[in-house]
Design a protein around this ligand. Structure first.
Ligand SMILES: *[C@@H]1O[C@H](CO)[C@@H](O)[C@H](O)[C@H]1NC(C)=O
Ligand SMILES: *[C@@H]1O[C@H](CO)[C@@H](O)[C@H](O)[C@H]1NC(C)=O
Ligand SMILES: *[C@@H]1O[C@H](CO)[C@@H](O)[C@H](O)[C@H]1NC(C)=O
Ligand SMILES: *[C@@H]1O[C@H](CO)[C@@H](O)[C@H](O)[C@H]1NC(C)=O
Ligand SMILES: *[C@@H]1O[C@H](CO)[C@@H](O)[C@H](O)[C@H]1NC(C)=O
Ligand SMILES: *[C@@H]1O[C@H](CO)[C@@H](O)[C@H](O)[C@H]1NC(C)=O
Length: 769
């Protein structure tokens, strides 16, 4: 019935309208083609005709004539107002083709499948540093700021979402609560379900991910939080008195791009201040910004003064694995804290290898058991302890060495070991994951150890007829070795940016390993003797790092209401820590200093970010010359900016000329590149800054002027920096990178911009000619 109504509406409209768009194309044979959800972008409705957005979007759909076809009349599943001009609908390729000739059509692309940027593994808590406490108080715990969380819904009754000390929402708030009666409160001020597959249901959290990220950003104080009795203490989000607005776009099973875009669309309307997105494409892709719908949605948000923080992805440690890398987004990588829940593998020869596990049964008998390598049969699937792979391996009553990776989660490997009769598990890294381990709520006694330890355990198994091992559970430990905190997690996706190599990404790293936060269900397992009925859980991923930064942005917004998104980002980046607690460079999973494509500006330091001295602002309009400089067509730029752009009339700029708080250059042999930056004084009115530089190896740098003098707050100053490459030869295809920084220093402030240089090699074969 609805299909016919829609059809009639469209018909009425087309009859009353004399524009070219009125000539409807009859839909092709729907049955002959597979349909899928497309996101169709259009121009704005022409100003001459007064029609509703809905009628405008419907005018793009094919009309059908026969009754049987009417039943398959495409339905719009989302219509967008803020993020893009366009809609999502189920269409066939033929129907999309027919649409392309219509006046006002811009583009259509099948939606991608997205996923949470987390590994579904309970792990351990890392709270904010104490040094943030003074700033925390000064920023009123985020009071008055609204954080929109686009994620997997929420458990509204969770104690983390109590509203003690939280004032009513500000007058500008226009959102709604889709939960029945008093589930929402001054903390949880809105909750919407934008998932078309469950649109009539409340935005409940079936995965845990949504409650976890929301409570990390802005959970209120809850005493006595713990998981299996570990990490006992007060659980609290970064901005405990900020408001939360929840936009459910994903569930455990389904996470679709058009739903995420719809969530962003509604969040912009509702009046949120910060948007937190711990989601990304299910696989690593290269997408120019005009086809990257999170980038496009985030652009619309940024233009309205909304700060957008996104997870960088969990596809590390290899380079060029980032998602959410647009310059108007804060791209957040994941790092460790100084706490672990220690579980040590002890071998029959007395050797001990430290690892991690959240599930630490108090009644575990630490006598040695026979030890077996799951891959001893030479089968890779068995080595990875994949489902069903241990049926023919003799693991009964044994402690089993499994390898990380493959198609099964870390907890899933433990389940396989247990169902095959194993008593416990040692989980070893693959080589790429190095020393990076995670604390998981395994289903059996287990420990996760690094690659090196794993090799030594394998060698021990080879060296004796009767290998034995056990696990010693040591509980929550603040590590003595401060050179490991923070360290970049192996999983954290790395730059350089594929879509815009002239912008250094990720921007920042924050706590993302072993984070305790709210969970909608108990992680207790009937097979454990612990019965805490925990409603907190410990999980890891850039998904966990992102809401930390969203919370910090809320604190900054609360203490500096007039700061633009770019200023907040600049404050976070130029004040970040580049050394660990031991004062040495932050390391990665290899325990060597992490490169800039792992850390970006460094590890967030919230209290310093609240008083940065100088900031690099970017006006909403500044992105247009940047986008033209990416050599996008006018139409491609318009897809992002949502208004008419003629790049020929805009003075295009090189990517690295955007007023970004870091530098990323691609330098050819003998090339010189010059950029200007403008800083704004948000520190003391009368202040003088002098220059400090660390010149990347193998290039020259010239900065003019070398002193910046300010007499007023909000005064601006501009400087120029020239990078001069030396002639160099390298092997064909080799890439070489250099790192440095440029820092403006006054008595009180230090404003650092990190510099990454990608040297393009002069190929020997060419220079010989
Ligand atoms: C927090 O700030 C308020 C003023 O905003 C001040 O009265 C109070 O003493 C501060 N508390 C702490 C613990 O610093
Ligand atoms: C490895 O084991 C899996 C699961 O038992 C089995 O399906 C697969 O065929 C085996 N592969 C080889 C090469 O034997
Ligand atoms: C253990 O022995 C197997 C079979 O001889 C061999 O393939 C493997 O490389 C050895 N592993 C180590 C770590 O020595
Ligand atoms: C608890 O154990 C059951 C099997 O007894 C398993 O199916 C389930 O996944 C486990 N739960 C967790 C949270 O690990
Ligand atoms: C855009 O095109 C110009 C001129 O061909 C070129 O110099 C520049 O490197 C291109 N920029 C990008 C980002 O591809
Ligand atoms: C800054 O210095 C100037 C000249 O030294 C002085 O007139 C002015 O009052 C100072 N401003 C502030 C805010 O201290």
């Amino acid at each position: 019935m609805l299909g016919i109504l829609v059809y009639l509406t469209t018909l009425v409209f087309t009859q009353n309208c004399s524009l070219a768009l009125a000539d409807q194309v009859v839909g092709p044979q729907i049955n002959e083609e597979q349909s899928q959800i497309y996101i169709v972008l259009t121009n704005k409705p022409p100003a001459e005709i007064k029609i509703s957005l809905q009628s405008w979007y419907r005018s793009f759909l094919p009309t059908t004539t026969s009754l049987s076809q009417q039943q398959q009349q495409p339905q719009i599943v989302h219509q967008y107002r803020n993020v893009v001009n366009g809609f999502a609908a189920r269409l066939t390729a033929g129907q999309v083709k027919a649409m392309e000739d219509k006046e006002g059509f811009v583009s259509a692309q099948p939606e991608s499948t997205f996923s949470f940027h987390t590994t579904h593994t309970p792990s351990f808590l890392g709270l904010l540093n104490n040094r943030g406490l003074v700033f925390w108080n000064q920023s009123n715990y985020g009071k008055g700021v609204i954080i929109g969380v686009v994620d997997g819904g929420i458990l509204p009754d969770h104690p983390s979402f109590n509203d003690e000390g939280v004032p009513p929402p500000p007058a500008k708030w226009k959102g709604k609560c889709d939960f029945k009666s008093n589930h929402c409160n001054n903390k949880l001020i809105g909750a919407r379900n934008l998932q078309r597959s469950s649109i009539s249901e409340p935005p409940s959290d079936d995965s845990g991910h949504g409650s976890h990220t929301a409570s990390t950003a802005a959970g209120n104080f809850v005493e006595g939080a713990n998981v299996f009795g570990n990490a006992y203490g007060t659980a609290v989000g970064v901005a405990p008195h900020a408001h939360l607005a929840i936009y459910k776009a994903c569930s455990l099973e389904v996470c679709k791009e058009s739903d995420i875009l719809a969530a962003l669309d509604v969040a912009i309307d509702d009046g949120v201040d910060v948007i937190s997105i711990s989601l990304g494409p299910a696989s690593v892709t290269v997408k120019p910004f005009y086809t990257d719908l999170i980038a496009i949605g985030a652009f619309a948000a940024t233009q309205k003064g909304i700060f957008v923080s996104c997870s960088a992805g969990n596809n590390g440690p290899h380079h060029k694995t980032l998602s959410n890398e647009a310059p108007w987004i804060l791209t957040v990588g994941a790092s460790t804290t100084d706490r672990t829940i220690k579980a040590t593998a002890r071998l029959g020869n007395g050797a001990e290898y430290d690892g991690q596990s959240t599930f630490q049964p108090k009644d575990f008998n630490p006598t040695l058991s026979p030890l077996v390598y799951a891959g001893s049969n030479g089968n890779q699937s068995s080595a990875l302890c994949e489902k069903g792979s241990l049926i023919k391996v003799d693991v009964k009553g044994k402690i089993v060495l499994c390898e990380k990776g493959g198609k099964v989660s870390r907890i899933g490997k433990g389940q396989e070991v247990r169902s095959a009769g194993g008593v416990s598990m040692i989980l070893m890294n693959q080589e790429a994951d190095g020393y990076s381990t995670l604390s998981d709520s395994h289903v059996l006694p287990a420990t996760h150890v690094g690659y090196d330890s794993g090799l030594k355990i394998k060698a021990y198994i080879n060296s004796t007829k009767d290998p034995k091992a056990t696990i010693l559970f040591k509980g929550t430990v603040i590590e003595n070795d401060q050179s490991l905190a923070p360290a970049v997690a192996a999983l954290s996706s790395r730059g350089p940016s594929k879509a815009s190599p002239g912008i250094l990404k990720p921007d920042i790293v924050g706590p993302g390993v072993s984070i305790l936060a709210a969970w909608p269900f108990s992680v207790d397992n009937s097979t454990t003797s612990v019965s805490t009925k925990s409603t907190f859980n410990i999980i890891s991923g850039t998904s966990m790092a992102c809401p930390h930064l969203s919370g910090i942005a809320a604190l900054l917004k609360s203490s500096h209401p007039h700061w633009s998104p770019a200023v907040i980002k600049s404050a976070i980046m130029t004040t970040a820590d580049v050394v660990n607690l031991a004062g040495n460079p932050i390391v990665d999973e290899t325990l060597s200093p992490a490169d800039l494509f792992a850390t970006g500006a460094g590890h967030v330091n919230p209290s310093k970010a609240s008083d940065p001295g100088l900031v690099y602002d970017i006006e909403p309009d500044d992105y247009t010359p940047y986008l033209c400089g990416l050599n996008y067509t006018d139409k491609q730029v318009e897809t992002i900016t949502q208004r008419k752009v003629k790049c020929s009339e805009v003075k295009s700029i090189a990517e690295a000329q955007l007023n970004y708080p870091s530098f990323s250059l691609v330098l050819g042999p003998d090339q010189r590149q010059s950029f200007t930056r403008t800083v704004t004084n948000v520190g003391e009115a009368n202040s003088t800054y002098t220059l400090e530089v660390s010149v990347p190896r193998g290039i020259g740098m010239r900065v003019r002027p070398i002193k910046l003098v300010f007499t007023r707050v909000n005064q601006k100053a501009t400087y120029t920096v020239e990078f001069i490459a030396r002639s160099r030869a390298g092997k064909d295809g080799n890439e070489e990178f250099g790192e440095g920084y440029l820092k403006w220093v006054s008595g009180k402030y230090s404003v650092r911009s990190r510099i990454s240089v990608n040297f393009l090699m002069k190929f020997e074969s060419i220079s010989a000619l």
